[in-house]
Design a protein around this ligand. Structure first.
Ligand SMILES: Nc1ncnc2c1ncn2[C@@H]1O[C@H](COP(=O)(O)OP(=O)(O)O)[C@@H](O)[C@H]1O
Ligand SMILES: [Mg+2]
Length: 238
């Protein structure tokens, strides 16, 4: 029996990045297949957000390439990556605080113009908790509601790749469960997901592949099934 090789949705090859003379990431190699959930784990300060910022174009790598489907995007500005379908919900669930929930969604939808108004409906289906809050100013939302809005705002851009940086950080457990459900449903739609996640339980439930970074280098990468609680803890305590 032969299997058809599929083109990765995203591949990162020999990536090095940092801030000025401070080098943060070293020889990062990552392959993510379409419709899968790839999870990045590692302790604070190891370079997880730096990797996401490099993939979204906020940081220019000092070496290496980033390929989205078949296009080399290493030097594309962030807005052109968004236009290609790369959406980013950064760490800390920032929203447009003075705007209402509905306005937050409309602004993102209008700015990218990657599909019709059904995208807003679909995003709200993923996060039903936001529906009664459409006229509330985003700045008045709880942390969990704001996180849901941040992800919904990424979804209305009709992404092919959704990048989430610690969407469960500091969020109460019932909302974490809702976010997990939304992530699973989004992946089931065929959207590829790159997720930085601190909580091992969440990663072990959601991820198809888990990559562990320590001190800017990948120390483990493979299918979720290769990791147990014990082995993951050992890797992250290096
Ligand atoms: N804007 C910045 N300027 C300089 N150094 C930074 C900046 N952002 C992060 N760093 C440093 O880069 C390293 C990796 O940070 P980060 O990617 O945010 O880690 P993580 O997301 O894994 O917690 C840390 O040592 C951090 O202090
Ligand atoms: Mg971070």
């Amino acid at each position: 029996m032969t299997t058809t090789p599929t083109t990765p949705h995203l591949s990162v090859h020999n990536l090095h990045a940092g801030y000025g003379r401070a080098r943060v990431l070293f020889d990062i190699n990552l392959t993510i297949h379409t419709g899968t959930i790839a999870c990045i784990m590692g302790r604070n300060g190891v370079g997880k957000t730096t990797l996401l910022n490099t993939i979204t174009g906020l940081i220019t790598p000092t070496q290496g390439t980033i390929t989205h489907t078949t296009t080399d995007i290493t030097h594309l500005p962030p807005h052109q990556r968004t236009r290609r379908g790369i959406a980013y919900a950064p760490q800390g669930h920032d929203t447009f605080a003075p705007l209402t929930v509905a306005e937050n969604l409309h602004v993102a939808h209008q700015a990218t113009q990657r599909g019709g108004p059904h995208l807003i409906e679909t995003a709200l289906e993923r996060f039903p908790r936001l529906k009664p809050l459409l006229n509330r100013k985003a700045g008045l939302l709880s942390g969990g509601q704001a996180q849901q809005l941040a992800i919904a705002r990424a979804l209305v851009t009709n992404p092919t790749l959704l990048i989430l940086d610690e969407p469960t950080e500091g969020i109460q457990p019932n909302i974490v469960a809702e976010i997990e459900t939304a992530i699973t449903a989004t992946a089931a739609q065929g959207i590829t997901i790159l997720l930085v996640e601190q909580y091992l339980d969440v990663a072990l439930r959601l991820a198809d592949t888990i990559t562990v970074i320590d001190a800017g280098r990948i120390v483990h990468t493979g299918p979720r099934t290769e990791l147990t609680h014990a082995s993951a803890h050992a890797l992250m305590a290096i």
